[in-house]
Write a protein that binds this ligand. Structure first.
Ligand code: MN
Ligand code: MN
Length: 466
């Protein structure tokens, strides 16, 4: 091989280029990446809703000795606790020896809700020999993607006496699934001429649940009655119990490897379990850290981080206040010296849709966990724009720990935009930057990530918390 020219050597030294992790990795590293993804894929299959994701994370934490914490409990150095907030959001924390006024708390904040179809409160009806459930979609969905695919029903119904029953149908082998009808192309001439956003309306997203009439000539809605009687048999519920229920339709797909080489993973809900799982495991795999570390799994990010389980709820700051008070520290000083990685996904550059991306500033698949200094839309509005100093700090941390990473904007300027929980954390005077996994087909019923990017995100979080 001929030696590089002086100019080429200088170019290599002075210019910046992203690295593909699979190109850089040893065979042991690739094995570690693939092994880690197995745990992640199990977590995905166990965690289709925020309630299930919270349960699964609590299980993992309990295995590492974490015990339940309730607001107001006294906290001591060495404690490893979890706050289960209304079964839908979770705070895990481990209190280290370091002075938290000096070092602050290291926070990883991800979300566990994903776009889906929620049932309306009076959902059930029958028409033309079929029974259906009405839905109202949750989060940003492309409605046409949800027709003609297998769906599973997940959630909870609270009965008249206050008892809550858990519902989960469509995940087990042999379970029935649910379905949304679509129009045959033969009669789809008018539908095909519609814009993509209008071809399927919100009120068309009706869930097909049955077709067997109840054996009684006098009853008017016989198929609906069959469904109600089966639900009553299995769960002891009546139609009125739908009034106090949270039931969601999610894709009945399991997480699967993609491609001949299995480098990528398809699953429902990568956004944002793909950052939640690395956040939780980074904490649990580093029990000896001297730092105080907090992992937040928030709900309601997909609809604006609102409500009691969303990131805008004060409870997350209450935990910081409570830790500070228990240790005799000033929580304002603690927050001032805390650092947060807002752990959320970003759009991955897709060569099938090059028009919406600016390639130099897009996340490239398998090039590592991706920092978004800012998100937002239309002139950076509604974003936490992290400082050069904080980005510099994280950059050095990753360099010192051999983390391959990249930066990205969501897409072209003025092509659209999006937000994360970052700005709500920054509002509390906590330095924050977005970091997470690039996703192909984000918010589709079946999304795609690279196993290398999942593992890189895990390595980044480990470097941050250790
Ligand atoms: Mn997200
Ligand atoms: Mn999202």
């Amino acid at each position: 091989m001929s030696e590089k020219s002086v100019g080429q050597q200088m170019f290599d030294k002075l210019s910046y280029k992203k690295k593909n992790i699979y190109e850089e990795a040893s065979s042991e590293k690739i094995k570690a990446i693939f092994d880690y993804s197995k745990g992640y894929m199990k977590y995905l299959d166990d965690s289709k809703t925020e309630r299930e994701a919270v349960c699964a994370a609590i299980e993992l934490a309990k295995q590492k000795g974490y015990t339940e914490y309730k607001i107001g409990d006294k906290i001591s150095v060495g404690d490893k606790k979890y706050l289960n907030h209304h079964d839908k959001s979770l705070v895990l924390f481990s209190v280290g020896d370091n002075d938290i006024e000096r070092d602050g708390i290291r926070i990883l904040a991800a979300h566990v809700d994903s776009p889906r179809l929620d049932l309306k409160q009076v959902p059930m009806y029958e028409d033309a020999g079929m029974a259906f459930l009405k839905t109202h979609y949750y989060g940003g969905v492309k409605k046409y993607q949800w027709t003609a695919i297998p769906l599973a029903l997940h959630g909870v119904m609270v009965k008249a006496d206050g008892e809550a029953v858990e519902v989960k149908i469509g995940e087990e082998e042999g379970d029935p699934i649910f379905y949304i009808n679509d129009l045959l192309p033969h009669l789809g001439q008018k539908q095909s001429a519609e814009t993509l956003g209008n071809a399927i309306s919100g009120e068309t997203l009706n869930i097909l649940i049955g077709g067997l009439p109840y054996d009684d000539k006098e009853v008017s809605d016989k198929i609906k009655l069959t469904a109600l009687s089966l639900l009553n048999e299995k769960y002891g519920v009546t139609e009125e119990d739908f009034l106090s229920a949270e039931l969601s339709l999610v894709p009945a797909y399991k997480a699967r490897d993609i491609g001949f080489d299995r480098a990528l993973v398809a699953a429902y809900g990568h956004d944002d379990k793909v950052c939640s799982y690395p956040a939780v495991t980074a904490l649990l795999d580093n029990p000896d850290t001297k730092r105080t570390v907090m992992v937040v799994l928030a709900d309601k990010e997909e609809i604006g981080s609102v409500g009691i389980t969303g990131m805008q709820c004060e409870v997350f700051m209450d935990v910081i206040d409570e830790i500070s008070a228990s240790l005799g520290k000033n929580s304002r000083v603690v927050r001032n010296n805390s650092k947060c990685l807002s752990a959320d996904v970003t759009a991955c550059y897709d060569p099938n849709f090059p028009d919406v991306y600016e390639k130099r500033n897009s996340a490239m698949i398998s090039c590592g966990t991706t920092m978004s200094k800012y998100t937002g839309a239309r002139g950076k509005s509604s974003t936490n724009d992290a400082s050069a100093e904080f980005v510099g700090y994280i950059r050095k941390l990753f360099a010192d720990n051999g983390v391959i990473w990249q930066t990205a904007e969501l897409g072209k300027v003025d092509a659209g935009g999006g937000g994360t929980v970052a700005m709500y954390i920054a509002n509390h005077n906590i330095e924050t930057v977005d970091l997470g996994v690039p996703v192909i087909s984000m918010h589709a019923p079946y999304e795609v990530v690279s196993k290398a990017d999942v593992y890189s995100t895990y390595e980044a979080f480990v470097a941050f918390v250790k």
